[in-house]
Design a protein. Structure first.
Length: 256
């Protein structure tokens, strides 16, 4: 019996994902719903928003002598990764609240449609959490007995799996922040709304935790408020472009 149409292609994609964690991350964290409006200008804006945020953060650290030597550079890199991971964790917590409110507010059959579309974004959330948890296999003291039990071949397999998971997770964190856990697969208006909520939550977290203690208060206030104000403006622009160019609005998405 001949294979169904498209099956060899799916098999090749699966094998490529097994070999290449970055390809697997693209397949997992980039929106792919058929018929989804994809505006090149919006996509460029999302990438620039992420890149400029990183450059502004690095500039702030360099300006106020957070990077004085190689050890300082490593500390800054570690801190930036930790902040990105905190952003993802905040996004994981915010995701069900915003998406749940969006689905609940939708009328008629739209609720079922959005719930069905939410499966892939939920899968992306599960994938990033699982990939980050994989490192425990190689490093957690509590699992030392398991590593000893599997012997050298098992330890090699665990090491390879963890290397793959690190590449997948690092790239996945970036894609998750750019594409806001592929919530465009639910509806195109959700990413700018969710991004706006997330960035204000992160600003509040910075204030509560006293982030950037080495930076003068005035510069710290400008930096802390600059990110949410900028992202809010960009989110508003994205929603405005979706409305004027593609006829997509929050009200229409809710069937109201």
């Amino acid at each position: 019996m001949p294979p169904p149409p498209g099956e060899p292609s799916r098999v090749r994609q699966a094998l490529r994902g097994v070999r290449n964690p970055f390809y697997a991350a693209q397949r997992t964290f980039r929106p792919s719903r058929p018929g989804r409006v994809e505006d090149p200008q919006v996509r460029k804006l999302q990438l620039w928003r992420t890149a400029l945020g990183l450059l502004a953060w690095v500039g702030l650290m360099v300006t106020y002598n957070a990077v004085a030597d190689a050890a300082g550079a490593k500390d800054v890199a570690d801190e930036r990764f930790q902040q990105s991971w905190y952003s993802v964790l905040m996004l994981v917590c915010t995701f069900p609240v915003v998406v749940g409110a969006f689905v609940t507010a939708a009328r008629g059959g739209l609720r079922r449609v959005y719930l069905r579309r939410a499966l892939r974004p939920l899968g992306a959330v599960a994938a990033i959490m699982a990939s980050m948890g994989t490192s425990a296999l190689a490093m957690a003291p509590e699992l030392a007995g398991l590593r000893d039990a599997v012997g050298l071949p098992g330890k090699i397999a665990i090491g390879v799996l963890c290397l793959w998971a690190v590449g997948f997770a690092l790239y996945g964190i970036g894609l998750s922040l750019v594409h806001v856990f592929r919530t465009a697969d639910i509806h195109e208006v959700l990413p700018p709304v969710l991004a706006g909520v997330l960035v204000w939550e992160m600003a509040l977290l910075d204030v509560i935790t006293g982030a950037y203690p080495q930076v003068p208060a005035a510069a710290r206030a400008v930096f802390t408020l600059g990110a949410p104000l900028t992202v809010t403006a960009l989110s508003w622009w994205e929603l405005r472009r979706l409305r004027h160019r593609h006829g997509l609005t929050v009200r229409a998405a809710l069937g109201r």
